[in-house]
Design a protein around this ligand. Structure first.
Ligand code: SD4
Length: 352
C-alpha cells in the first residue's frame, strides 16, 4: 500500500514536470505541441482523427464536409481510406492474431444516438461500412464473427482472400519465433516510448498504427464518429478491443461532443473511456481537460500497472474545439478545417 502511494506521488510529480515542460505552444519535430484545447472554427466544418494516418483520412472526410455533406458520411468515407491502404495496419493489411488470421473491429455513431458495430470480422475489406449497415439495416447495434461476415456478404460486400500483407507476414513470422503475446522486441526504444501498442515499422520504413478514430462536425453543426482497427497484433483468437465498443473506443453526444480512443483496448474498456470523456465535457471541461481527466482516472485505477501501457483520447466539442491527451508521449492527431490541415502532438501524463 505504502509503495503504491509513493508510486502515485511520483507519478504526480512527473506529471507536474511534464505539464510545465510542455506548458507553451511551440513547434517540435514539425508537429505542434500544445497544452490547452484548440479552438475550432465556428464558421467551418472540422474533422479530427488519430495518428499521422489521419491526415489522408481527413482529406477524404473533408471532401464530404466541404461540399456541405453530413458528418456521418464524412467519418465513414474518411476511415475507408485508411482501411484501404496496404501501407497501413488498420484494415486487412494489419497484423494477424496468434493463429495467423486478421480480425477486424469497427464502429460508427451519428448525431442522433444511432450506432452500429462489428467485431471479430474476417476477410471483409471495409468493416466501417458493415458497421454502418448494422446501424441502418438491422434492429441491433453489434454483430460479431461469422454472423457479421454473413451479414456483410448478404449486403453485397466481397469475401477477400485472407492472405496476409507482406508486412504482416514478416511480422507474424518474427512473432512466431518466440510466440510471446507481445509484439517482437525488435525496437526496444520504440516500445519504451509507446508501450506494447508501439507503431509497426513497415517495409518502406514508415511507422504505422493499427487503429484510426475519427470525429467530424458538419456545416449543420452535427457530430459523428468512427473507429476501425485490426486490433492488437498477435492477440488471442477471438479477442476484441475497445474500438468497436460504443462508449469505450467511440462516443458521440450531439449536445456535448464526441471522443475516440486508441491504445491498449483492455485499459480503455475498463474505464469506458470515450463515454467518460464526453461526460467530463458535459460537466464544462474543455476537450483536452476532459481527455486528461480520463487519463487521471485510469492512472489512479491502474497505478501499479502503468509500465509499457499506452492510452490516448481525442475529443471535440459541439463548437468544434478539440484536444487530445495520452498516458505517454507519442500520440499524434490530424485536424482539417477550412483554416488548417495539420498534425498535432498531444500532451501526456508521462514526460518520457
Ligand atoms: C485495440 N485500441 O484493439 C486498439 C488498438 C490501438 O493503436 O488503438 N492501437 O485495443
Amino acid at each position: 500500500m505504502y509503495f503504491r502511494i509513493q508510486y502515485f506521488n511520483m507519478l504526480n510529480r512527473r506529471k507536474f514536470i511534464s505539464g510545465s515542460a510542455l506548458g507553451s505552444v511551440g513547434l517540435l519535430l514539425g508537429k505542434e505541441v500544445h497544452s490547452a484545447s484548440i479552438q475550432g472554427a465556428p464558421d467551418s466544418p472540422i474533422v479530427v482523427s488519430t495518428w499521422d494516418v489521419g491526415l489522408d483520412a481527413n482529406r477524404a472526410a473533408w471532401e464530404v464536409l466541404s461540399r456541405g455533406g453530413i458528418a456521418l458520411d464524412a467519418v465513414e468515407q474518411g476511415v475507408r481510406i485508411t482501411e484501404d491502404s496496404l501501407n497501413c495496419c488498420v484494415g486487412l493489411g494489419g497484423n494477424p492474431d496468434r493463429d495467423g488470421f486478421v480480425t477486424l473491429d469497427a464502429c460508427i455513431m451519428d448525431a442522433h444516438g444511432n450506432c452500429g458495430s462489428v467485431a471479430f470480422l474476417e476477410r471483409i475489406k471495409h468493416p466501417i461500412s458493415v458497421a454502418r449497415r448494422v446501424m441502418e439495416k438491422t434492429p441491433h447495434v453489434m454483430l460479431v464473427g461469422i454472423g457479421a461476415q454473413q451479414f456483410a456478404l448478404e449486403e453485397g460486400f466481397k469475401l477477400e482472400s485472407g492472405t496476409l500483407s507482406e508486412d504482416a507476414q514478416r511480422a507474424y513470422e518474427q512473432w512466431l519465433e518466440k510466440s510471446n503475446y507481445r509484439p517482437p522486441e525488435k525496437n526496444i526504444e520504440n516500445k519504451k516510448q509507446h508501450g506494447p501498442f508501439a507503431p509497426t515499422r513497415l517495409a518502406n520504413g514508415d511507422w504505422n498504427h493499427d487503429t484510426i478514430g475519427m470525429l467530424a462536425l458538419d456545416q449543420q453543426r452535427n457530430l459523428s464518429g468512427s473507429c476501425t482497427t485490426s486490433g492488437a497484433g498477435f492477440k488471442m483468437r477471438g479477442r476484441v478491443g475497445d474500438s468497436p465498443l460504443i462508449g469505450s473506443g467511440l462516443y458521440v453526444d450531439n449536445e456535448v461532443g464526441a471522443c475516440t480512443a486508441t491504445g491498449q483496448g483492455e485499459e480503455i474498456i475498463r474505464i469506458a473511456g470515450a463515454h467518460l470523456v464526453v461526460e467530463f465535457m458535459r460537466s464544462g471541461l474543455t476537450p483536452e481537460q476532459s481527455c486528461k481527466k480520463a487519463i487521471e482516472r485510469f492512472v489512479k485505477l491502474r497505478t501499479n500497472k502503468l509500465a509499457e501501457l499506452q492510452v490516448c483520447f481525442l475529443a471535440i466539442d459541439r463548437a468544434g474545439n478539440f484536444g487530445g491527451y495520452s498516458l505517454r508521449p507519442g500520440f499524434t492527431y490530424a485536424v482539417r478545417s477550412r483554416h488548417e490541415e495539420k498534425i498535432y502532438k498531444s500532451t501526456s501524463w508521462f514526460d518520457s
